[in-house]
Design a binder for this molecule. Structure first.
Ligand code: CP
Ligand code: NVA
Length: 332
C-alpha cells in the first residue's frame, strides 16, 4: 500500500519510516520521468507555497520554485532582509500568518528547533530546506542518484562514505538516510568533526533493524575501502565563522577527495557532493582561501570533481524531482 503523507511536514528523515522514504524516492523518479517526457503534472493547480530563506541558496530555492510551477502552484520567495522574520516577528507569529495564506511553507535557516516550531504553529505542511543540523530534501536526491547508478534495490549492502566534516547537516542526514534505507555508512574524518554520539546511537539502533552498519573512522584508507559512494561537502558551512577556515584546513586536508583516495574505493565507486563546492579558485571564497592558505582545491580536487566518476550534476538535477515529490506527497 502506498504510504499517505498528506498533511505531513518534512522536517527530518528520523520522522519517516523506510517505506515512506522509499515512496518519496520512487515518486521523485516518477516525476523525473514525466518531466523528461514533457508530460504535464499540474496536480496542485491553484495552491500557493511560501519559501523562507534565512541562508543563501541556488539549488534548493530553484528546485522549490520550478517544482511549484511544474505542479501548477505559485511560489512566494521571502529572504531575511525582505521580511520581518526574527527581527520584528517571532517564528510562531510568522507561522500563524503564513499558514493562513499558504498551503505549504519551506524554511532554510539556523537551528532545527526553528523549523520544528514553524511546523508546530503553521497548521500547514512545513519543509526543511536545510538547518544547521539536517538537510533532508538533499538526501532524497542523493539516494535517487545512487539508485540511478546501482539500481533501485542496488544500494542494499553497499557502503557510502562521507569524507571530512561528517558532523555537519549533510553528514548527519546521510547517516540517517543510510540507516533507514539499509545502506552501510561510514563517517570518515577527525574526531572533532563527527556526528554527535547521540545521533550515532540513534542511527545504529535504526541500522540494526534495517540490516545495515554505521562505522566511524579517522583513517582514510579504512573509510574509502569497499565504498561504492564517496561523498563530501564544504569544510565551513553557512552560518559558521570564516575564522574557522585555518583550523578546518588543518583538520580536514587529509580527507580531501582526490584521485588517490578514489583509487582506494571500489572500482565502480561514484563521487557525490551536495554542492556548492570549492574545487578550484573560480569563486570569491575559494580565491580568498587560496590567497590566505595557498590551497587552490579544498574538499575535492578539480580532477575528481570533473572526472568520469563524478555524479554531482545528476545529483543537483535530482533536487528538483525530489523536492517536487515532497511537495506533491504532502499537499495532495
Ligand atoms: N545543495 C544545496 O542545498 O544547494 P543550495 O545551497 O544551492 O540550495
Ligand atoms: N553543509 C553545507 C551544505 C550546503 C548545501 C552548509 O550548510 O553550508
Amino acid at each position: 500500500m502506498t504510504p499517505c503523507l498528506s498533511g505531513r511536514s518534512f522536517l527530518k528523515l528520523l520522522d519517516f519510516t523506510p517505506e515512506e522514504i522509499r515512496h518519496l524516492i520512487d515518486l521523485s523518479a516518477e516525476l523525473k520521468a514525466k518531466k523528461r517526457a514533457g508530460e504535464p503534472h499540474r496536480y496542485l493547480e491553484g495552491k500557493n507555497v511560501a519559501l523562507i530563506f534565512e541562508k543563501t541558496s541556488t539549488r534548493t530555492r530553484c528546485a522549490f520554485e520550478v517544482g511549484a510551477a511544474d505542479l501548477g502552484m505559485h511560489a512566494v520567495y521571502l529572504d531575511p532582509s525582505a521580511s520581518q522574520i526574527g527581527k520584528k516577528e517571532s517564528i510562531a507569529d510568522t507561522a500563524r500568518v503564513l499558514g493562513r495564506m499558504f498551503d505549504g511553507i519551506e524554511y532554510r535557516g539556523f537551528g532545527q528547533e526553528r523549523v520544528e516550531e514553524l511546523a508546530e504553529c503553521a497548521g500547514v505542511p512545513v519543509w526543511n530546506g536545510l538547518t544547521t543540523e539536517f538537510h533532508p530534501t538533499q538526501m532524497l536526491a542523493d539516494v535517487l542518484t545512487m539508485e540511478e547508478e546501482f539500481g533501485r534495490d542496488g544500494m542494499r549492502g553497499r557502503k557510502v562514505t562521507f569524507m571530512g566534516d561528517a558532523g555537519n547537516n549533510v553528514g548527519n542526514s546521510l547517516m540517517v538516510v543510510c540507516a533507514k534505507m539499509g545502506i552501510d555508512f561510514c563517517a570518515c574524518g577527525p574526531a572533532e568533526q563527527m556526528p554527535s554520539a547521540e545521533l550515532v546511537e540513534t542511527c545504529r539502533a535504526i541500522a540494526a533493524e534495517t540490516g545495515s552498519a554505521i562505522a566511524l573512522t579517522d583513517d582514510v584508507a579504512e573509510g574509502a575501502r569497499g565504498a561504492s559512494v564517496i561523498y563530501t561537502d564544504i569544510w565551513v558551512s553557512m552560518g559558521e565563522s570564516a575564522d574557522l577556515w585555518g583550523e578546518r584546513i588543518r583538520l580536514l586536508s587529509p580527507y580531501q577527495v582526490n584521485a588517490e583516495l578514489m583509487a582506494m574505493a571500489e572500482p565502480d565507486a561514484i563521487f557525490m557532493h551536495c554542492l556548492p563546492s570549492f574545487h578550484d579558485r573560480n569563486t570569491t571564497v575559494g580565491e580568498e582561501v587560496y590567497q590566505k592558505f595557498g590551497l587552490a582545491e579544498l574538499e575535492v580536487t578539480d580532477e575528481v570533481f570533473e572526472g568520469p566518476r563524478s555524479r554531482v550534476f545528476e545529483e543537483a538535477e535530482n533536487r528538483l524531482h525530489s523536492i517536487k515529490a515532497v511537495m506533491l506527497a504532502t499537499l495532495r
